[in-house]
Design a protein around this ligand. Sequence first.
Ligand code: FES
Length: 132
Amino acid sequence: MLAAAGYFLPKLEGCSPATYAVFKTDIVDKKITIPLAMFATSPIQFVRPKGWYYDIAVQKRDENNYTALLLQCTHQENQLIPAGNNGYSCSLHGSQFDVNGIVRKGPAEKRLEQYTTKIQDNNLVIEILKTP
Ligand code: FES
């Protein structure tokens, strides 16, 4: 099923700034659909719609609660990188965001874009109503 929905990029592949596994997939009808089974190995997964520069961090909070944050710095749109359990950081000017996308350190002032998620069958559906 994973092969049908997308594929994983190996670490450090291509020109992506990502140093973690990224699940590439398509947006269909303004939605990304990923199998819930992806979260069996880790509560956080990174997804990148084909053609996007930015990843979406999808985190399992509990069985029925998932969040999806766009890893685009709200200061000057740099791709963010995960900072362990401390959220996400920006290598350009040092902004930091917590795991909920709230600014912990500027110069960024706005929280990260968060997408609505819902569980449908054995999948997580992320609604992409706004593209970066
Ligand atoms: S672009 Fe991220 S802190 Fe400036």
